[in-house]
Design a protein around this ligand. Structure first.
Ligand code: X2X
Length: 337
């Protein structure tokens, strides 16, 4: 059952990945040629579902709105694409809130260590008052954040050198993290030696031992084949992360209202479908990744969370996030300290 379903999911991903090319439809030339970019592989559910949204948008606008998809860091790193979407060189960009937090600090909020226990709490926060607060903050930075976040997943810790079983095992551990103050802070607070490396350079950094480990959701590890350069996976569940779908404000406002409504509807529809894809994958990839040679280590989050508390991590980030946003988060998660 699993294998058949897995083949279906991955075959769907594979087939749909091939469909990132614009389908042949008999329409007049597009009036709006828009660019969407991100760092994820073309067969990751983010790009598979965005390919479907692109096709629906082209059809529903009578061929007037064509979205070109640039996956897999084709247009550069997250930092490169953030500056491109701000300048209007690209129209749409999907990125972790923790990475774009260099521009909108509130967007780090979903990455507070061990904040969310499960997806029910994630979406209660991010589809609720916490998400609305962050979207409003984006609006002050010439970017339009769409209402529905896309899922990246709960993040686990991998290593090529040693098994991470307790906080003590993080001592001096050279772990790759995405370029983001919160990621660096979290792993420094755990006693590790985090090094910021863009996703597109991570595989080679692990291969050459610039870093000995990384942390990512299972789907990210799978689609980027990180199991080829990692040996152990500790199920730390230390953070949930997702992708904001961001539009350049000028590009967005140049679209007629009717087309904006079609783009909004279809992108948000695909976000919801992608959430289900990623949750299913992250729940089912243990067997697949074990088969690829990753040794899974089940750990309790309690000692890691206690280490963050003792290090002053929560106190520091409450001060950075501000009492209002922190309070909105705690209204979902319960007290974080
Ligand atoms: O860079 C990462 O680790 C990734 C792919 O998970 C993010 O987009 C944050």
């Amino acid at each position: 059952m699993y294998d058949a379903r897995r083949r279906k999911i991955l075959a769907g991903a594979g087939a749909a990945a091939a469909s990132l090319l614009i389908p042949e439809l008999s329409f007049a030339a597009p009036e709006f040629r828009l660019k969407f970019a991100n760092i994820m592989p073309d067969n990751h559910p983010l790009n598979v579902r965005m390919g479907e949204a692109r096709d629906r948008i082209l059809k529903e606008t009578g061929g007037k709105v064509e979205i070109q998809i640039f996956p897999n860091s084709q247009l550069g790193t997250d930092a490169d694409m953030l500056s491109q979407v701000r300048s209007g060189a690209i129209d749409y960009f999907a990125s972790s809130g923790l990475i774009v937090a260099t521009l909108v600090s509130a967007a780090s909020i979903n990455g507070i260590g061990f904040a969310f226990q499960d997806y029910q709490h994630v979406w209660q926060a991010m589809d609720g008052a916490v998400g609305k607060y962050v979207i409003n903050e984006f609006s002050k930075s010439n970017l339009v954040a769409f209402e529905k976040m896309w899922d990246n997943g709960f993040r686990q810790t991998t290593s090529s050198s040693k098994q991470i079983k307790s906080p003590a095992d993080f001592s001096g551990f050279k772990i790759r993290v995405p370029p983001s103050p919160l990621w660096t802070s979290l792993f420094k607070s755990l006693g590790a030696a985090p090094t910021s490396i863009p996703w597109g350079e991570t595989y080679s950094a692990l291969q050459t031992h610039v870093a000995d480990g990384l942390e990512n959701p299972l789907a990210g590890i799978y689609f980027a084949k990180m199991y080829e350069v990692q040996k152990y996976l500790s199920r730390t569940n230390h953070m949930w992360d997702g992708f904001w779908f961001l539009a350049n404000r000028g590009s967005w406002e140049r679209l007629p209202e009717a087309f904006r409504a079609i783009v909004t509807k279809n992108v948000n529809q695909s976000a919801i479908q992608q959430r289900a894809d990623v949750e299913k994958l992250n729940n089912e990839l243990t067997k697949e990744l074990t088969g690829k040679g990753l040794q899974f280590i089940e750990v309790s989050p309690a000692p890691f969370r206690q280490t963050l508390t003792q290090s002053g991590f929560y106190k520091e980030w409450k001060s950075k996030m501000g009492g209002e946003l922190w309070g909105l988060l705690e209204s979902v998660t319960g007290p974080l300290a």
